[in-house]
Ligand binder design. Structure first.
Ligand SMILES: NC(=O)c1ccc[n+]([C@@H]2O[C@H](COP(=O)([O-])OP(=O)(O)OC[C@H]3O[C@@H](n4cnc5c(N)ncnc54)[C@H](OP(=O)(O)O)[C@@H]3O)[C@@H](O)[C@H]2O)c1
Length: 273
């Protein structure tokens, strides 16, 4: 007799791993933008555990330093840099700083972004909020790639991972439209880049997470709403930053060496429903 879905215990979310495995990132320089907290911090910690020298980035110097110190305390290698990614001059200064301190970037995780705007009717979005969403997500990703891709092409090697969202995978009244449009733009940019950069041995892929319980979301999403959200996921839990970090590690490592131009839904199956 088939099992009763209500009785099935779903596997627990993966915890931050501390193992180095065969398809690791030994001696690779990995810049993870927006790693001063949340998903980016988990990716930085995971990549460092896999042997990379990670560059922790954000705008909040204290938060950046806390993540860097945590990585070093766990035995990993990390540097730090601050820059506003919506300004190309700052992005270029960041690249020069990294190249001088630790060498050229082998892996870019263009993770920085997010949305401070509430969902609602499109005609109610202010011009300022629209531009802020596009800037913080699509433009920040574009400027990061614009700065780092030429070096990767020149060296004939590189991996880029961009960050979309389940908000961009289908129309969804619960997501702010400007944010969703910016993330959909990132998906198309990823595919275009994969086609352009592939001949230079640069792979470009994208991750589209559903709701991830970062510290911020834990605080901001009431438990009752979390429960409701869980019910919309065939895998009956919300994501963890470590879920996203594992997918990023796969896309950054040689385990995915013939994969480029895809969007990986790390979403508990919720894109099916
Ligand atoms: N959490 C989710 O449920 C979820 C779901 C789908 C997609 N995503 C995407 O995943 C990524 C990470 O999300 P998260 O929840 O971990 O976000 P978060 O906790 O809010 O952290 C955002 C990070 O991006 C940095 N950042 C934002 N704008 C920046 C800018 N203009 N210049 C430089 N740094 C900037 C922040 O730096 P400072 O704080 O130091 O300023 C911070 O490190 C985002 O692209 C987000 O859209 C998240």
């Amino acid at each position: 007799m088939p099992a009763d879905p209500q009785q099935i215990a779903h596997p627990r979310a993966p915890q931050a791993a501390r193992v180095t495995f065969v398809n690791g990132l030994q001696d690779q320089v990995a810049l993870i933008t927006g790693s001063s907290r949340g998903i980016g911090a988990a990716i930085a910690e995971r990549f460092a555990a896999a042997g990379a020298h990670v560059v922790v980035h954000g705008r909040d110097a204290q938060a950046i330093e806390a993540v860097r110190a945590r990585i070093e305390a766990a035995g990993g290698r990390a540097s730090s840099v601050a820059a506003d990614l919506t300004r190309f001059a700052e992005v270029e200064a960041m690249r020069h700083h990294i190249e001088a301190q630790v060498g050229p970037v082998d892996i870019l995780v263009a993770n920085a972004g997010g949305s401070g705007v509430r969902p609602g009717p499109i005609e109610d979005i202010t011009e300022e909020d629209w531009r802020a969403s596009i800037d913080a997500n699509l433009t920040a990703t574009f400027l990061s790639v614009k700065s780092l891709l030429p070096g990767m092409k020149e060296r004939g090697s590189g991996r880029i991972i961009t960050m979309s969202s389940a908000a961009a995978r289908r129309p969804n009244g619960a997501a702010p439209a400007a944010y969703a449009a910016a993330k959909a733009g990132i998906e198309l940019l990823t595919k275009d880049l994969a086609a352009q950069a592939g001949p230079f041995n640069v792979r470009v892929n994208c991750i589209a997470p559903e709701t991830v319980l970062t510290e911020r979301n834990q605080q901001q999403i009431p438990e009752a709403v979390q429960e409701e959200l869980r019910a919309h996921h065939p895998i009956r839990r919300l994501g963890t930053p470590e879920d996203i970090a594992e997918a990023a590690l796969f896309l950054a490592s040689d385990a995915s060496s013939w994969i480029s131009g895809i969007v990986v839904d790390v979403a508990g199956g919720s894109v099916l429903v």
